[in-house]
Ligand binder design. Structure first.
Ligand SMILES: *Cc1c(COP(=O)(O)O)cnc(C)c1O
Length: 424
């Protein structure tokens, strides 16, 4: 199946007379005839469901669709994108370990790593995604367990050189984790460029309708944990908390990562996505390919309009000719990038606030990347916990306006922006 077809068909095939959509299995519990039957599930000897804190059939159908879209071998849903980011790293690294991350990742990921996970004893080095080979090489330590980057950074819109970072990670025997939220598998499939694990905030384009917070983790099935067993004891030595199972042995390259994250992290931390939300997410996925095409078309028109307007001081959009990341975007995302643009208006912070107040169609919202056009001033909202130096290192100018172009008629969006610019 091609990508557009997978959006509709992958993950669930009803049998004769069954419901076309996967039902919402709104049940915490599953019934068994004998204790022995249930015991097999607890020992991971049989697959099946016993408690929705770990797994639920509705979630698994939606996760299977996302795995198919990314071209991975296994996937799981989490309650939020934050939970997906946390699980993806914590499944590999613990106290005393070290992780390399791009300095331009989403502010929530940066805070999770730099504050909360440091408190858990995990050390992070943040590298400029355009750093020299020497700088990247110098970031690796003997206890490095993973490299983490974002396909298109939210909100800096820096396109990450996935292939380059994958090569560097693999040369050091560690996997590359990519947050593919903004590009979605419609526009970029990081596994094709060497990434090993992909994460998503499904809250954004995947759901696409402001309906449900959620996350997903997908495994490419390519990373050979056993070949680096000394680095990944959690995957390659018996798990005493799970009857001595060695995940990489029992489930192989294709299944070890997601099985461990489910059996261990989901069991202990309980960040499962509600089945109702995963049902809504599946509906969003059905139209994802069509919507992404429209988001990109609209954003391109808006970016070109902004670039030509003398009241606008700068425009950043990787689909725009002349953008610093135009060429790299063409390589990784030949069919379009995303619907998010950032720009500044002449007159700095005050003019930006005035502009935003005057918008009528575009709403001011923390959210990005869904059907409705919305705007945000990151420095005074989502990124306000960051210092000016951290903001600039993260590619966020203090006067930056983030505009998430929706799928309304593009002329309506442009007219709204025009009248707001005129009233500054
Ligand atoms: C929103 C976002 C997250 C966090 O996801 P939530 O669903 O809000 O927890 C992570 N990464 C990126 C790129 C995001 O845009």
């Amino acid at each position: 199946m091609r990508t557009e077809t997978k959006c509709i068909e992958a993950g669930y095939t009803p049998k004769n007379g069954e419901s076309r959509l996967h039902p919402i299995v709104q049940s915490t519990t599953f019934k068994y005839d004998t204790s022995a039957d249930m015991g097999k599930l607890f020992d991971l000897e049989a697959s099946g469901y016993f408690y929705t804190r770990l797994q639920n059939p509705t979630n698994d159908a939606t996760a299977a669709k996302i795995a198919a879209l990314e071209g991975g071998t296994a996937a799981m849903l989490t309650s939020s994108g934050q939970a997906a980011t946390f699980f993806s790293v914590f499944n590999l690294a613990g106290a005393g370990d070290h992780v390399i991350a791009s300095s331009t990742i989403y502010g929530g990921s940066f805070n999770l790593f730099n504050v909360t996970m440091r408190r858990m004893g995990i050390d992070f080095t943040f590298v400029d995604p355009d750093c020299s080979d020497e700088e990247l090489e110098a970031a690796f330590k003997p206890n490095t367990k993973a490299v983490f980057g974002e396909t298109i950074a939210n909100p800096a819109l820096i396109v990450f050189d996935i292939e380059r970072f994958a090569k560097a990670a693999h040369a050091h025997g560690v996997p590359l984790i990519i947050d593919n939220t903004f590009a979605t598998p419609i526009n970029c499939r990081p596994f094709e460029w060497g990434a090993d694990i992909v994460t998503h905030s499904t809250t954004k384009y995947m759901d696409g309708h402001d309906a449900a917070v959620g996350g997903a983790i997908v495994d490419s099935g390519n990373f050979d944990w056993m070949a680096h067993a000394d680095k990944f004891p959690g995957l390659c030595t018996p798990d005493d908390s799970y009857h001595g199972i060695t995940y990489a042995e029992r489930f192989g390259k294709e299944g070890a990562f997601i099985t461990k994250a489910t059996a261990q992290l989901m069991r202990d931390l309980g960040s499962i996505q509600a089945p109702m939300n995963s049902f809504l997410l599946n509906l969003g996925l059905e139209s994802l390919a069509v919507r992404m095409q429209r988001h990109c078309e609209n954003a391109q028109a808006v970016a070109e309009f902004l670039q030509a307007d003398e009241r606008v001081s700068y425009v950043t959009y990787p689909g725009l000719k002349g953008d610093k990341y135009y060429e790299r975007a063409k390589k990784y995302m030949p069919n379009g990038t995303c619907g998010v643009i950032s720009f500044g208006v002449k007159g700095g912070r005050a003019a930006a606030e005035e502009f935003m107040k005057n918008l009528k169609l575009a709403i001011i919202a923390t959210h990005v990347a869904d059907a409705h056009t919305c705007v945000l001033h990151p420095a005074s909202s989502t990124h306000r916990q960051m210092t000016d130096e951290e903001l600039i290192a993260g590619g966020v100018r203090p006067d930056m306006i983030r505009l998430s172009v929706g799928i309304e008629n593009k002329d309506d969006i442009i007219e709204d922006i025009k009248q707001a610019l005129e009233s500054i």
